[in-house]
Design a protein. Structure first.
Length: 245
């Protein structure tokens, strides 16, 4: 049986928390989590991330309650469809209310069942797969600096301190359509899946995430990860969700 938990924190600098997160476990033992990092001002960011999370989990709950066949293709279609619908919901709301114009949000989501972790994302919120051996980032940031790293114009080390590292190239709610990345990974044995916003990943290397995961689990692990990000500066909202096997 999976252990699923999440936690979000305002951090040490921001006046509002624009992150949103939900996670859960179905009666049939399917684990899921959604993490969003809103943008577009205090009100806009809050609204965008909340709309995206609520839109997605409504679709998740409806799917799981209906007892759909949970093969890889149906889970993939569910997750991509949920993100598309979340994008439309945020986009439509931003056009309907002038004060919310331009709001958007990143998203990273996971559904785990049948020994497989299904991951879908847009933006720079990340997923890490943690095994007894190590922790690896399993999503690719949709950001300007990541494109520079991919082209060879920046090293990973330079990207971490680049002044424009927070400029993202994909987000929900900015355009009528959004490109979604989807991947599947084996999730068996003593595995752990961690989803987070950049308020965490900007301060912790994969090695530090791995080290903490070997010392703590469940809610205590989420708290220790957030504390570590705060120790590093805590300049952004910090959100993390964990699914443990």
């Amino acid at each position: 049986m999976f252990k699923v938990c999440h936690q979000t924190d305002i951090g040490l600098v921001r006046e509002t928390n624009q992150d949103a997160c939900r996670s859960g476990l179905t009666s049939s033992g399917i684990a899921w989590a959604v993490v969003c990092d809103g943008m577009g001002g205090a009100n806009g960011g809050n609204v965008a991330s909340s709309i995206a999370v609520e839109t997605m989990i409504r679709q998740y709950h409806s799917f799981f309650r209906a007892g759909q066949t949970n093969n890889d293709d149906t889970i993939r279609n569910l997750m991509i469809s949920a993100i598309y619908n979340a994008n439309t919901a945020v986009f439509d709301r931003s056009r309907a209310e002038e004060e919310l114009n331009g709001m958007g949000t990143t998203v990273v989501s996971a559904v785990v069942c049948g020994g497989v972790a299904h991951i879908a994302h847009a933006g720079d919120s990340r997923a890490y797969l943690i095994t007894p051996e190590d922790a690896k980032q399993i999503t690719t940031d949709h950001s300007m600096v990541q494109e520079l790293v991919d082209s060879g114009d920046l090293t990973e080390q330079e990207a971490r301190v680049h002044p424009q590292k927070n400029i993202i190239t994909r987000a929900l709610g900015i355009e009528p359509d959004v490109m979604v990345d989807y991947n599947e990974f084996p999730f068996e044995g003593r595995s752990l899946l961690m989803l987070c916003t950049d308020g965490l990943s900007n301060y912790l290397e994969a090695e530090e995430i791995y080290s903490l995961s070997q010392q703590y689990s469940g809610q205590e692990l989420t708290e220790r990860l957030i504390d570590k990000a705060k120790d590093g500066g805590g300049s952004d909202n910090i959100t993390v969700a964990v699914i443990e096997n």
